[in-house]
Ligand binder design. Structure first.
Ligand SMILES: Nc1ncnc2c1ncn2[C@@H]1O[C@H](COP(=O)(O)OP(=O)(O)O)[C@@H](O)[C@H]1O
Ligand SMILES: O=C(O)C1=C[C@@H](OP(=O)(O)O)[C@@H](O)[C@H](O)C1
Ligand SMILES: [Mg+2]
Length: 170
């Protein structure tokens, strides 16, 4: 991978990875999409079948498979929770960018989306608590953090470019 995006659900990892991939003609790999492709099950189906532990085991296997592929990787919001996943991210030696949004903005962005089993039943306070509990894991592997609340996805992509001083021509 050339760039890895991490952060809480709704922070924009999937959206921004696609924008950067289009602009720089780089392949984009979304870990959730890859999990769905490999298992033939949706994310809610995987959680329903074996709970979060089952999903995390698959997520780890797929991360280990794809980490050395070229392109931009959008992780899932829980990917950095496992120490072995954080080690894989760090060992890739590519920039790891942490995208952030407030709980209120997160609720606005994903509140009606049923495709995220861990967020589906949480109100804004629940999202804030889960996000706070994960903060250290994100910080442990991030090279830098972008606050996305006031930014469009395109502006987030531009903020990442500015931090990386990407030189590849569009
Ligand atoms: N900077 C942003 N401003 C407003 N909406 C955003 C922004 N980034 C993402 N979104 C929206 O939030 C939702 C979740 O984005 P997504 O890229 O799937 O996040 P993630 O992959 O981090 O969970 C989508 O509807 C997306 O269009
Ligand atoms: O935060 C999490 O634990 C999860 C985030 C999701 O990815 P997004 O962050 O892209 O929504 C997906 O991997 C799964 O629903 C679990
Ligand atoms: Mg995503």
């Amino acid at each position: 991978m050339e760039l890895i995006l991490i952060g809480f659900m709704g922070s924009g990892k999937t959206t921004v990875s696609q924008l950067l991939g289009q602009k720089y003609h780089l392949p984009v790999l979304d870990l959730d999409d890859e999990i769905v492709a490999q298992t033939g099950q949706s994310i809610p189906e995987i959680f329903a079948a074996g709970g979060e532990a089952h999903f995390r085991a698959i997520e780890h296997q797929v991360l280990a498979q794809v980490i050395d592929q070229p392109g931009i990787l959008a992780t899932g919001g829980g990917t950095p929770l496992r120490e072995d996943n954080r080690a894989l991210l760090k060992a890739s030696h590519v920039p790891v960018v942490h995208l952030r949004a407030t709980a209120a903005e997160t609720k606005r962005r994903i509140g009606h989306d049923q495709n995220r089993p861990l967020a589906a039943k949480l109100d804004q306070t629940g999202l804030a608590k889960l996000k706070a509990a994960r903060h250290a894991a994100y910080q442990a592997c991030a090279d830098f953090t972008i606050e996305t609340n006031q930014l469009t996805p395109l502006e987030v992509a531009q903020a990442i470019e500015a931090r990386l001083s990407l030189t590849v021509q569009p």
